[in-house]
Design a protein around this ligand. Structure first.
Ligand code: ATR
Length: 291
């Protein structure tokens, strides 16, 4: 890995998380800085939940250009910031902070990263599409809000805990102009409803390594070749859910695109420059191969 040339002029950004040691972001961002000839460095900072306020104050105190924020800080960081981007406000979570003239501004590039990866890598336009989301946790929320902002036709949400799906659907309808409907989970989900979807996004942790032989209960036989099916999981690269969707001839995408483009968008927010996407992709894939 290329190492940034550090000196008195180096600009620093980083990642606040707990833990942070397995993050791919330092490799992805430092490769981008090197490619662009920027005297910048991206550092991992393991921030204990009790110390989040001090760490956020440290952005200003130490003159960092900004930071990424990951588990478990994405919600708790919000009251510590000066301003919130509209999508971050709707999602209720921040993954990117930009320090601008002493003001800390919170963004969420997770959902936008998902939509951008569909647009750029899959050449897929979400506008006016019927979308089914499996899950109603943090990842589902980011994706659902951004899909609503991208102008989908309607969102359908299915989740093990129906009340969490109902809460998310209610918030989408309150915060955006898009309708959201809750559908039954697992065996309660009718194949006829699944067949009418354009895009299906699996956001739960079901099937994540090491539980690779698990997939949600789902009417897989209803899937067809006119559909795009995504799983936000990238380890394994192809989940059992995606394998079953591929058997029905649906187009499949894993979560690497979202991971890449959330970084691309953060890079662009911090630097104001267009990110070297392919360099970041290569750096990310190299890390993933090591898992
Ligand atoms: P993330 O930030 O990755 O979205 P999360 O907020 O903890 O994580 O959300 C996890 C999601 O996976 C939820 O939709 C959860 O369903 P519940 O709301 O019913 O808990 C879903 N999930 C996790 N384990 C599951 C399981 N064994 N069966 C079905 N859904 C599961």
């Amino acid at each position: 890995m290329g190492f940034p040339h550090l000196n008195g002029k180096t600009k620093v950004c980083g990642l606040f998380g707990f833990p942070v040691e397995h993050s791919f972001s330092p490799a992805m961002h430092n490769a981008a800085f090197e490619q662009m000839g920027l005297n910048w460095a991206y550092m991992p900072f393991e921030v204990h939940p009790d110390k989040l306020p001090q760490a956020v104050q440290g952005i200003t105190a130490l003159g960092l250009v900004g930071a990424n924020v990951t588990v478990p800080h994405k919600q708790k960081v919000i009251p510590l910031l000066h301003e919130l981007d509209a999508a971050a406000r709707l999602i209720g979570a921040v993954n990117t902070i930009v320090s601008e003239k002493g003001k800390l501004i919170g963004y969420n590039t997770d959902g936008k990263g998902f939509v951008t990866s569909l647009e750029k890598d899959a050449k897929y336009n979400c506008n006016n599409k019927k979308v089914l989301i499996l899950g109603a946790g943090g990842a589902a929320r980011a994706v659902a809000v951004q899909l609503a902002l991208a102008g989908v036709n309607k969102l359908y949400i299915t989740n093990r805990s129906r009340e969490k799906a109902a809460q998310l659907a209610w918030e989408i309808e309150q915060g955006t102009a898009i309708q959201a409907e809750v559908l039954g989970w697992g065996t309660e989900l009718p194949g006829s409803r699944v067949a009418e979807m354009d895009l299906i996004v699996q956001t739960t942790s079901l099937g994540m390594s090491p539980a690779c032989n698990i997939a949600p209960d789902f009417p897989y036989e209803a899937l067809h070749s006119g559909q795009v099916v995504c799983d936000l999981i990238y380890n394994p690269e192809t989940t059992l859910f995606l394998k079953k969707a591929a058997m029905q001839k649906a187009k499949i995408y894993n979560g690497l695109g979202m991971l890449l483009y959330q970084g691309v968008l953060a890079f662009e927010l911090w630097t104001g420059l267009r990110a070297p996407v392919e360099v970041m992709r290569e750096a990310l894939y190299k890390q993933v191969k090591k898992i």
